[in-house]
Ligand binder design. Structure first.
Ligand SMILES: *Cc1c(COP(=O)(O)O)cnc(C)c1O
Length: 470
């Protein structure tokens, strides 16, 4: 078809497009090959379009200046950081995909203080000798949990792997079938055990496990009795589980390690704020559990870290294992963790200063007022959407207490034109990005995890996206 041939001939040359102003603007910021590749890819896709449909609509898209304008857009995206700030309007406080716990201003200052220069990470300032990186948080952790010793690693999955490997390799660990947890992102207790060379001995049934089930499974190769917090699901109805304190005599009689993976791990009792009553780490230590693991970035409100507390002789063995070195925590995380833990020395301060705890314990009446305020702000604008103030549910999330529901409010946006999913995407690709929930084809903007200082900006972004076309 000659029309097609003619069109193919009008495709501009790469060099011609590169000379256009929008592309010239990037010549200082991106390498020449990157600019050429952006233009080349665009021209190839236009060629494909011509070959498939015999036309390009509108034909002006083939003009060198227009090709340059589109290629420049993809160059602009290349210059944007990939990891960027998000305004979390989902109502989920600990969203693993959105980076879990936001840090306190104290933690940010601590990171700043050690990140820019040198530090005494593994150096004893008194003696001038070599120090231990764990030393900066160990006494805080033993003080806050009542444990004899503590160790921190990169994350809690790593902590579980390390403890199991160091204390149980080649031997058996007994776990209830009701606690063979899978946490999102391919962390499954049976797989972690296999990776650590520990033989899994499942006992009981999915819904009921008794003390005698553990008892009968013990043999000369048993090393560990493991309890795992069922962080992200509940077994309800006809159920029975054996709490750690009831396993303790069994562990002692048979010289076994009693280990508990708490998942989130609470340093404060939050049941006053609507959280189901869960034992704090201090209480678990008091109950006699030998080794306990939990995350730094779940309800603790700190950086990603795996915290291990327990008996001094066991922690010493764990610390010496080669995996401890492979999973070691980095200095920025350590700085943030230390300052987060310091806030817990005064519980009131932790509740005031840790963003997660502050959001979690927010006064419902105040939440309603914030939503009311946003609602009024949006109502005052000519938007192509119907706006409502509605009751909503917020969640802790992040594999930590997913069943806990916090009663809350939200602003519901029902677009008059365009698909809700497309508008949600526009919000996500805005700068800064805004992540909302889409429910029954409506957009819900929940302010539970939105910082007060983000509110005005959030309103502006919503107005920009939903404004009525003039
Ligand atoms: C979250 C969780 C883990 C994994 O912790 P990460 O910090 O995500 O590595 C392990 N076990 C339980 C019970 C958890 O809830």
């Amino acid at each position: 078809m000659s029309g097609q041939q003619d069109l193919l001939r009008t495709l501009p040359a790469i060099d011609r497009v590169l000379r256009e102003e929008p592309m010239q603007n990037f010549s200082q910021q991106l390498p020449q090959e990157t600019l050429s590749r952006a233009v080349q890819e665009l021209i190839s896709s236009l060629r494909q379009e011509i070959l498939e449909s015999g036309k390009v609509n509108p034909p002006e898209r083939l003009l060198p200046e227009n090709v340059a304008a589109v290629a420049a857009q993809s160059c602009r995206e290349l210059l944007q950081p990939s990891l960027r700030k998000v305004i979390n309007a989902t109502g989920t406080l600990l969203h693993t995909n959105l980076g879990r716990a936001p840090l306190s201003s104290q933690a940010l200052r601590a990171i700043n203080a050690v990140a820019a220069g040198y530090s005494n990470l593994e150096f004893e300032l008194d003696s001038g000798g070599r120090g231990e990186r764990f030393s900066h948080v160990e006494s805080l952790l033993t003080q806050l949990t009542g444990a004899e010793a503590a160790l921190v690693v990169n994350n809690n999955s790593g902590a579980v792997l390390l403890v199991l490997t160091a204390l149980g390799k080649g031997r058996e660990a007994i776990v209830s079938r009701g606690e063979l947890v899978e946490i999102g992102g391919a962390f499954r207790i049976p797989d972690v055990m296999e990776a650590g060379g520990v033989i899994l001995r499942e006992v009981g049934s999915s819904n009921r496990t008794h003390l005698h089930d553990y008892q009968q499974a013990i043999n000369e190769n048993t090393a560990i009795l493991l309890k795992v917090h069922t962080s992200n699901y509940r077994i309800v109805g006809f159920t029975k589980e054996v709490p750690a304190r009831e396993l303790l005599p069994l562990a002692r009689e048979n010289d076994l390690v009693l280990m508990e993976d708490l998942g989130s791990g609470l340093l404060l009792d939050l049941s006053n704020y609507g959280l189901e009553r869960e034992p704090t780490v201090l209480e678990v230590v008091k109950a006699g559990v030998d080794v306990i693991t939990f995350s730094g970035d779940k309800l603790l409100g700190g950086p990603q870290a795996g915290i291990i507390v327990g008996r001094a002789d066991l922690i010493k063995r764990i610390r010496k294992h080669p995996l401890a070195r492979a999973l070691r925590i980095d200095k920025l995380t350590l700085a943030a963790l230390e300052s987060t833990l310091r806030l817990y020395q005064q519980p009131e301060q932790a509740l005031q200063e840790l963003p997660v705890l502050k959001m979690f314990s927010a006064d419902p009446e105040q939440q309603k007022q914030r939503c009311q305020h946003l609602f009024e702000r949006l109502e005052a604008e000519p938007l192509a959407a119907e706006i409502k103030l509605v009751e909503d549910i917020s969640r802790v999330g992040g594999g930590a207490m997913p069943l806990t529901e916090l009663s809350d409010w939200a602003v519901e946006i029902n677009p008059l034109a365009g698909r809700t999913a497309d508008l949600a995407k526009q919000l996500r690709t805005f700068s800064p990005a805004v992540v909302t929930r889409v429910q029954n084809d409506r957009l819900l903007v929940n302010l539970r995890a939105v910082f007060a200082e983000e509110e005005a900006l959030l309103a502006q972004i919503l107005i920009a996206v939903f404004k009525r076309e003039a």
